[in-house]
Design a protein around this ligand. Structure first.
Ligand code: PMP
Length: 397
């Protein structure tokens, strides 16, 4: 087979486009808010990771503008060489304090954090032990590291223990999403730590969906369980609650010192631009000061969960503002997505291979800035469309 044959043979997306069921790369004409404009039409956004609703916050935008004026548009180099600004260091200190660790290191994306940290921490004679449903950036990180990899069944402690007993290397790192990005359930961190300590492993939490959502003032999953001191590495991203792009790793000062001199995705890639860095710093301040956001995010989550369950939807194992609705076949999830969009609600579908065949989902996610009226309106539409497509039973007459 020639190099380019795969291009011609890739027809899945074109088939969906022809059937009017393609909903990727939708073009948004407004800010990432509780409602967005698409094709000139306002739709309720239930497909964003902007959990605290900070991407359009005046203080966050002002901070970005001021940094742009002072430092220009980019750093033109990596952190190691010419790309470290005073505001990178300030942000690192703020993040370390936020998650309760000695030191932090900022990367240009969360994806790059996982690649760089796993490359640095897991050597030839070590093993990464991962939950099967961890994020793709962790899986790719294990591929870049020279160590061994073992997977355990999702949130299954017996499977984790069995994996640990069969792990032959001395160096072991368990890596787990704090909040699982597709199903919205929370990792069993205290049990994972008990097993890690029993078998001599360290723990790294990917808290992309935990920071800003769990713990006091949004400090994350380790804080939520009160186990920050027992968790060696805490990773976070700025592309969700923290309203920008970039990511960080936090740990003790020696570990961060080591990672910053070894992680290839940090050393060989340009540093976070000044405007992004300043907006994240402002977003952390606003998150801590405006604590009503966390409260409202969880209130919206409770309302939506209750409405979905009352209507008869299967919301899977969700415990957070990420709420999956189990639909079944991929085609039905695409149809549901299309009908919801036509009726004014933006959602994402999750189909195989991201989930098992036959377990396709609609992934809903909330923001602190959704009004309760918007949540109810979206749920009225969701119920009508669910009945129309036979995903839930019609109301008894
Ligand atoms: N980890 C998890 C669990 C994620 O959901 C994501 C983003 N989808 C990442 C890491 C990567 O983060 P970023 O968007 O900053 O690259």
């Amino acid at each position: 087979m020639g190099l380019l044959d795969k291009v011609g043979q890739f027809t899945t997306a074109k088939e969906l486009q022809a059937a009017g069921l393609y909903h990727y790369f939708r073009v948004i004409e407004s800010a990432q808010e509780n409602t967005v404009r698409i094709d000139g039409r306002e739709v309720i956004m239930l497909g964003s990771n902007n959990y605290l609703g900070l991407t359009n916050h005046p203080r966050v935008k002002e901070a970005a503008k001021a940094a742009l004026d002072k430092y220009g548009s980019g750093c033109a180099g990596s952190r190691l060489l010419n790309g470290t600004l005073d505001i990178h260091i300030e942000l690192e200190n703020k993040l370390a304090k936020l998650v309760g660790k000695e030191a932090a290191l900022v990367f240009s994306t969360g994806f790059m954090v996982n690649q760089g940290v796993l490359f640095a921490m897991v050597g030839r004679n070590d093993t990464t032990i991962v939950d099967r449903t961890n994020h793709a950036s962790i899986i790719d990180g294990t591929r870049l590291s020279f160590g061994h990899v073992k997977k355990y069944r999702h949130n299954d402690m017996a499977s984790l223990e069995q994996t640990l007993t069969h792990c032959e290397t001395d160096g072991k790192l368990i890596v787990v999403d704090g909040v699982f990005s597709m199903h919205g359930d929370i990792a069993k961190i205290p049990e994972i730590l008990d097993l890690a300590e029993k078998y001599g492993a360290e723990l790294m939490i990917d808290d992309a969906h935990g920071v800003g959502v769990l713990g006091a003032q949004g400090r994350g999953t380790a804080d939520h369980f009160g186990v920050t001191d027992r968790t060696h590495l805490i990773m976070g991203t700025f592309s969700k609650s923290l309203a920008s792009v970039g990511g960080f790793i936090a740990s003790d000062a020696d570990t961060i010192h080591y990672i910053k001199h070894v992680a290839r995705s940090l050393i060989f890639s340009a540093s976070m631009p000044p405007a992004s860095c300043a907006s994240v710093s402002a977003a952390v301040d606003v998150m801590v000061e405006e604590d009503w956001r966390l409260t409202q995010l969880w209130r919206n989550t409770d309302v939506m969960m209750e409405r979905l369950q009352d209507a008869g939807f299967d919301t899977g194992p969700s415990q957070t503002p990420i709420i999956p609705v189990v639909i079944g076949e991929d085609m039905m999830a695409f149809q549901m997505c299309r009908r919801l969009f036509e009726e004014g609600v933006f959602v994402n579908s999750v189909v195989s291979p991201a989930v098992e065949k036959g377990d396709a989902l609609i992934r809903l996610s909330l923001m602190a800035t959704h009004t309760e009226d918007e949540v109810h309106r979206a749920m009225d539409i969701m119920t009508d469309v669910g009945r129309e497509l036979g995903v839930i039973k019609a109301a008894a007459s």
